[in-house]
Design a protein around this ligand. Structure first.
Ligand SMILES: Cc1cc2nc3c(=O)[nH]c(=O)nc-3n(C[C@H](O)[C@H](O)[C@H](O)COP(=O)(O)OP(=O)(O)OC[C@H]3O[C@@H](n4cnc5c(N)ncnc54)[C@H](O)[C@@H]3O)c2cc1C
Length: 397
């Protein structure tokens, strides 16, 4: 079996480490931060991600820290009218597993605890890689150099590994921004709102609310059309008053929840085209390093989780030939992840429709799709949760 070095100890890197070590692959993780930590935000794990977590023996731990919502709703952001309603039971029947919503820090704790001791090196910032020789090589900011049979860049949206392999990317501003907060449910005036996993669509924006940490906290993500703010950072703060003003006229329940948010963040959404190649020699990428995507389908982390599972399967299937393993990994993953990148882009357009006629047509098509097909949320993307990256026949030849 190959020796594998993973650069980045986020969700994608730790899943890859868990999946690889369960297959008997020797794995080491190099993380730039001085500790394994996550931003204070929620993450929705779709049925596709939950099937992988089940295969990795982590489903129960993740469900134990998740929100408890039964209903997954799409609603009109102003009137509150329910456009579509799916239950977790219906999801499980359609896709083989139901979604879960968790706090990112709680998820990272579960993943870190699942790894063998001493495989993570902290404070190790990778500054460059080379994969064309007989061994893959990574260089670090402190001057350290390591070798492995395979190096995997799981170092996020601003990946040093991807840049080292393929040069800088070309992000395009979408004209959309995003606000987020995590709000204690019992701080909401009038009492905690229903614990639904709900997406509220309105002119020029979308709001997503779901519970995490056994319903103690509400994760809030709000998107809006805005050409003026261009700062792409997950951790830039903004004032609550800005959010309340931005969504004035939206449903009363939303504004009530927002009024209890003490700390708000704001970032500009940039879009990137799918990249044409993930692998060079013995080095490849996964997660946001491979396929950064807009957050409208809640699939960035889910696709990173699928990547980690498939990468480990490919390495185990070609134990003596890392180059063949990486080729099979990329052939399996790149078409699907690229399709999700494009579908996320499209969903952003559809969610923000400002014309009442266009929004009415969208809502009608959701209702029809729900009636006619096996498409619980009516948005035409059932192919995403249907997929099972842990299935034995998922690997491309
Ligand atoms: C607010 C928000 C909400 C989201 N909601 C969802 C959701 O509901 N569902 C979903 O599926 N996705 C969601 N996403 C997307 C998802 O969070 C990302 O797609 C996911 O975190 C990608 O995981 P990753 O491991 O590839 O990268 P990251 O989580 O970014 O992890 C990268 C890791 O690499 C480390 N690192 C960076 N550079 C280096 C270096 N040079 N050397 C060593 N280490 C390095 C970082 O410190 C970090 O630990 C959301 C994103 C945001 C911002």
């Amino acid at each position: 079996m190959p020796r594998v070095a993973i650069i980045g100890g986020g969700i994608g890197g730790l899943i890859a480490a868990r999946a690889a070590s369960r297959r008997g692959i020797e794995v080491a993780v190099y993380e730039a931060a001085p500790e394994l930590r996550e931003i204070g935000a929620g993450v929705a794990l779709g049925p596709n991600a939950m099937k992988v977590l089940r295969a990795l023996g982590l489903e129960d731990e993740v469900r134990a820290i998740a929100g408890r919502s039964e209903w997954i709703l799409t609603r009109n952001g102003k009137t509150g009218r329910v456009i579509s309603r799916t239950s977790r039971r219906e999801q499980a029947a359609s896709f083989g597993s139901a979604a879960a919503t968790v706090h990112r820090a709680d998820l990272l704790d579960v993943l870190a605890a699942s790894l063998p001791d001493d495989i993570v090196t902290l404070g190790a910032r990778c500054v460059g890689v080379a994969g064309d020789g007989p061994a893959a090589v990574a260089r670090f900011q402190d001057g350290n150099v390591i070798e492995a049979d395979v190096i995997v860049g799981a170092d996020g949206i601003h990946s040093a590994v991807r840049t080292s392999l393929f040069g800088p990317d070309a992000p395009r501003f979408t004209g959309k921004i995003c606000y987020r907060s995590v709000i204690p449910a019992d701080a909401v005036p009038g009492g905690p709102p229903p614990n639904d996993n709900a997406q509220w669509l309105g002119p020029h924006g979308t709001i997503v609310l779901y519970p995490v940490r056994r319903d103690e906290l509400i994760n809030v993500v709000c998107h809006y059309d805005d050409e003026t703010y261009r700062h792409e950072s997950w951790v830039s703060r903004c004032e609550r008053s800005e959010v309340l003003e931005r969504y004035s006229g939206w449903h009363e329940l939303l504004l009530r929840v927002f009024s209890a948010g003490e700390v708000w963040y704001k970032w500009a959404l940039y879009d990137r085209d799918p990249i044409a190649q993930w692998t060079r020699g013995r080095v490849t990428v996964l997660g946001d390093a491979a396929h950064p995507m807009l957050p409208y389908l809640g699939q960035g982390a889910c696709q990173a989780i699928e990547d980690g599972c498939v990468l480990a399967a490919a390495l185990a299937a070609e134990p003596d030939d890392p180059l063949a393993a990486l080729a099979r990994y990329e052939r399996t993953r790149r078409p699907r992840a690229s399709q999700v990148v494009l579908a996320s882009r499209q969903r952003g357009v559809s969610n923000h429709l400002a014309s009442p006629l266009a929004a009415w047509r969208r809502d009608l098509s959701i209702a029809l799709r729900r009636r006619l097909g096996r498409d619980p949320d009516g948005r035409g993307t059932a192919w995403i949760p249907e997929y099972d990256a842990s299935s034995p026949d998922v690997l491309a030849a």
